[in-house]
Design a binder for this molecule. Structure first.
Ligand code: TRP
Length: 445
């Protein structure tokens, strides 16, 4: 078998991991979940979830990946716990399923880039969304998005993924800052910032049960946790890199991109109608609300074009990670060629995604399965595994290449043993309860 490719540098790894983390979740879902879940109240809970649960969970995946030095399924065997391999497999399965509907939304983004260039959504954003989000146009756009993803993954870890993300991530940051600066000039900017940034703790207290599940789900999803991706990526990492430092950098950049997206989206929404303009959840309302705003703002066509290009870069930097994980597993495990595997897997995932073009109810179904069940279950299993079954190895690996002291490691271990599982179980419970009470948590990615 060929030598495993590795990152050309530590920065290459960080870019690829950030590329995976920064996605539709940051620029599309985060601002709109915030808008529909009470604004700043949601923001506070989300930031806490990222820092207190997301970051320690990322270290769990890093530890498994680097210790295992293998794809996410064999990594467990290599650490000496082969019976836990199914957890890595479940993560792989989540990646597959997520890419299937992620690519459908990626296709919408392509249609909105075209729509911005031609001005076709300016008159009637609702009708345009209906036309591109379902039916033959959606299938075709889904196919194009998947084809681009396959192309990059076929080029390999360094030639494709690393090169694509080292270009796209800085581009996303620069363009978002530019859009945010433009947004300060809008009429409703101040009202937008207020809604976004001044938390009402009464709102948090009264809506705890409905805010926590989407905030937690969003925290895991945006950091690409529970999908075996970080396990796979960390397996390429050198022994002398510090896992907490790298994880911290990834979390910070990812959060920054989401926050920046809020600074773009909230002024735009409030310039043209307020948070209600965002609708009450549902995958499509965000596209309709934004497209409607672009149609009414000065220079809206250009701004809309740039915004959707940013969204496309973000979507692609994530979709290539989502495809890379199953592809590297199959090439390593069965010895097939990377390019053949990328095409075959990509086509298969494309087919799995086709039902999500039948209508947004279908898309929401895929999304719910991943968000409410697969993701928290995988994270719970990972935490129990590392906290109670592989704790000695985990502590050892966490300390390697880093200057963190014994107390950091001990706090982390107990956090992983107790706090993370409780938080995830509560989230699962609230999420399932919400399904039964018909309460929409608004959790679409
Ligand atoms: N983090 C990505 C986003 O915010 C989505 C995502 C979830 C992802 N899991 C992933 C991307 C796994 C790559 C790999 O949009």
């Amino acid at each position: 078998m060929a030598q495993r490719e590795t990152w050309t540098s530590r920065i290459g790894f960080i870019f690829a991991a950030v590329g995976s983390a920064v996605g539709l979740g940051n620029i599309w879902s985060f601002p709109f979940q915030t808008a529909t879940n009470g604004g700043a109240a949601f923001l506070v809970v989300y930031l806490l979830a990222v820092a207190l649960i997301g970051f320690p969970t990322m270290l769990i995946e890093f530890v498994i990946g680097r210790r295992g030095e293998q794809n996410p399924v064999e990594a467990f065997r290599k650490i000496g716990h082969g019976q836990w391999s199914f957890v890595g497999g479940l993560g792989l399965f989540s990646s597959l399923l997520t890419l299937a509907f992620y690519s459908v939304v990626g296709g919408w983004v392509l249609s909105y880039i075209v729509g911005s260039a031609t001005g076709s959504y300016f008159g009637d954003p609702g009708t345009y969304f209906g036309a591109v989000s379902a039916g033959p146009t959606a299938v075709a756009a889904h196919a194009v998005f998947m084809a681009i993803t396959i192309g990059i993954v076929a080029l390999g870890v360094t030639g494709g993924i690393e090169r694509a993300t080292t270009f796209m991530i800085p581009a996303i940051l620069v363009l978002l800052v530019g859009l945010g600066a433009w947004a300060t000039t809008l009429e409703g900017a101040t009202a937008g910032y207020n809604y976004y940034l001044s938390p009402d703790f009464g709102v948090i207290a009264n809506n705890f049960g409905s805010i926590v599940p989407p905030a937690m789900g969003q925290a895991f999803f945006t950091l690409s946790l529970g999908f075996s991706v970080m396990i796979a990526y960390a397996s390429y990492l050198g022994r002398d890199d510090s896992l907490p430092a790298d994880g911290g950098a990834i979390v910070v950049v990812n959060t920054l991109v989401a926050l920046l997206a809020g600074f773009v989206v909230f002024p735009i929404l409030f310039a043209t109608g307020g948070a209600e303009g965002a609708g009450s959840g549902g995958a499509g309302t965000a596209f309709v609300a934004l497209a409607g705003a672009f149609g009414n703002l000065p220079a809206g066509q250009i701004i809309g074009f740039v915004f959707f290009v940013v969204l496309l870069f973000a979507a692609l930097s994530s979709s290539i990670s989502l495809l890379e994980v199953p592809v590297s597993y199959i090439t390593e495990h069965y010895g097939y060629r990377r390019s053949t595997t990328a095409v075959a897997t990509g086509v298969f995932i494309f087919l799995v995604g086709v039902p999500a073009t039948f209508g947004t109810e279908w898309l929401n179904f895929y999304n719910d399965v991943v968000f409410k069940f697969l993701l928290p279950i995988v994270v719970l299993l990972l935490a129990v595994f590392i906290g109670w079954f592989a704790d000695t190895d985990a502590m050892d690996e966490l300390g390697r290449g880093s200057s963190v002291g014994r107390s950091f490691k001990t706090v982390w271990l107990w956090w992983v043993r107790i706090v993370v599982p409780i938080a995830v179980v509560v989230t699962l419970y609230l999420g399932i309860k919400a399904l039964y009470t018909g309460l929409s948590t608004g959790a679409y990615f």
